[in-house]
Design a binder for this molecule. Structure first.
Ligand SMILES: Cc1cc2nc3c(=O)[nH]c(=O)nc-3n(C[C@H](O)[C@H](O)[C@H](O)COP(=O)(O)OP(=O)(O)OC[C@H]3O[C@@H](n4cnc5c(N)ncnc54)[C@H](O)[C@@H]3O)c2cc1C
Length: 429
């Protein structure tokens, strides 16, 4: 049986795993990505990269590639009533940040482009479709993974570092027996695609409409094969009392009627169903132990209420990469273990806060799908108007929307020496 020795084994070639392989492509590591999918990723999932992550793409030298491939820019957002009254309107160029826009690129294309760029590493191996199931686990982490190759052969991968990037139902998290905080949300989401209604302008904004019938998010979408940012939209909403059955069996006209109550200009929306999503929050109690670290949804799977899941997975990589021993030092198991714990000590408190805020937003979205939501929606609308008018709230809102933790621009916290951690930790523990 072939034995593959590698510096870094990345389990899962979704957004987080592919982004890591791409970011490290010129850093001298041997990298193996094991991905079980036979199909492309679900195109309806997260497709807007926050400004803080646009800054990261630029640092990794890949931003131009995304733009060349037709990625678009979203420069702001507007929260409106169903009738179109603007409650909150903001653009990211109000902030002193280097890339004041979200990058918009279809979900499946993001991972494919990251993996394509990862191939620039001469020591990169992509094993797909190959499922990671048989881990040999010890007190020091994962010693090996035995897989069935597409050729029918078996192979054993012996990694120095294992990165679990295998999504919400992570096998790596399960193999390491990491416990997690879990919360199942009541209302699943439905996502719809369709042509942009004529009155929906400007094109480069995200819109959130709210009314006593509930809320609906409207985002621009890159269409294929000829990318044009202005002709397709994605509409996402929590499913209320009407139930999934309604959405599954409805005609376009029936869907448009329901949507029209939430956002008047969707009253003739010519939609196709893109997908249904039951939503669960899973936050691992540990991100790292021994030679194993979790990233992306494997570590923190969140409700899409604030469009952050994919973005957290990418944003965390800057600190993780900074924490990795060099290729010549990665065989030093003690050093690797210590650095991963330092990474966890930095990243987890940041994400504890982001996830708490996200949960609050998710619960607010949930309550707009309940019966009798008029008062909830009125409160949300008043909150939007307050943010719109008060400069300090507005700035904080924009920083958080852009992905800058604690409102601190990335440039100010990436590069902090590892000893400058948010709290002291006992590394012997
Ligand atoms: C409707 C919806 C809308 C969303 N909108 C946004 C948004 O606007 N903004 C945002 O930031 N996020 C959004 N998200 C969340 C975002 O899509 C996810 O957080 C993100 O895709 C997670 O990426 P990941 O790489 O961690 O995990 P995944 O994308 O789940 O990738 C995991 C990969 O691992 C592979 N894998 C799993 N198990 C194994 C195994 N045993 N062996 C080998 N391979 C394995 C899978 O095939 C998959 O390719 C949305 C999600 C949904 C459902």
């Amino acid at each position: 049986m072939p034995v593959i020795e590698t510096d870094i084994l990345i389990v899962g070639g979704g957004i987080a795993g592919s982004a890591l392989a791409c970011a490290l492509r010129h850093d001298g590591y041997n990298i193996v990505v094991v991905e079980q999918r036979k199909m492309p990723l679900d195109t309806a999932r997260g497709d807007h990269l926050q400004p803080c992550n646009v800054e990261l793409l630029a640092r990794w030298g890949v931003l131009d590639k995304f733009l060349e491939r037709g990625a678009g820019k979203r420069v702001g957002h507007e929260y409106r009533t169903a009738e179109g009254e603007v409650l909150l309107s903001a653009t990211y160029d109000e902030l002193p940040i280097p890339y004041p826009y979200f990058l918009v690129f279809n979900h499946d294309l993001i991972a494919e482009l990251f993996l394509e760029l990862a191939e620039e590493n001469p020591n990169f191996l992509r094993l797909q479709p190959v499922a990671a199931r048989k881990f040999e686990v010890s007190d020091d982490g994962i010693q090996s993974l035995t897989v069935d190759l597409p050729t029918g052969e078996k192979a054993t991968i012996k990694p120095r570092l294992v990165v679990g990037a295998d999504g919400t139902n992570s096998q790596v998290r399960a193999a390491m027996k990491f416990t997690a905080m879990e919360h199942q949300y009541i209302h699943p989401l439905v996502a719809l695609f369709g042509p942009r209604p004529a009155g929906l302008k400007p094109q480069d904004r995200l819109f959130r409409y709210s009314s006593k019938s509930g809320i609906v998010m409207v985002q621009q979408r890159q269409s294929q094969p000829q990318p044009r940012m202005d002709d397709q939209i994605k509409v996402t909403l929590p499913i209320g009392a009407e139930g999934i059955a309604f959405w599954k069996n409805s005609t376009k006209e029936q869907r448009a009627e329901v949507l029209g109550h939430r956002a008047n200009l969707l009253c003739e929306f010519d939609s196709d169903i893109a997908g249904f999503y039951p939503v669960k929050m899973i936050h691992s109690d540990e991100y790292a132990r021994g030679n194993v670290v979790l990233i992306g949804d494997a570590a923190h799977s969140v409700h899409p209420a604030r469009g952050q899941g994919l973005n957290m997975g990418i944003a965390s990589l800057s600190k993780l990469i900074e924490s990795l021993p060099s290729p010549s030092g990665i065989a030093n198991a003690e050093k690797l273990k210590r650095n991963l714990l330092l990474y966890q000590a930095f990243q987890k408190p940041l994400f504890d806060r982001v996830i708490a805020q996200n949960h609050e937003a998710a619960l607010a979205m949930e309550s707009t799908a309940e019966a009798g939501v008029a008062e909830v929606v009125r409160q949300l609308q008043r909150q939007c108007q307050k943010i719109h008018q008060l400069p300090e709230l507005r700035k904080q809102h924009l920083l958080e929307a852009s992905g800058y933790p604690f409102g601190v621009p990335l440039s100010a916290w990436v590069g902090l020496p590892l000893k400058s951690l948010p709290y002291e930790m006992d590394l012997q523990a």
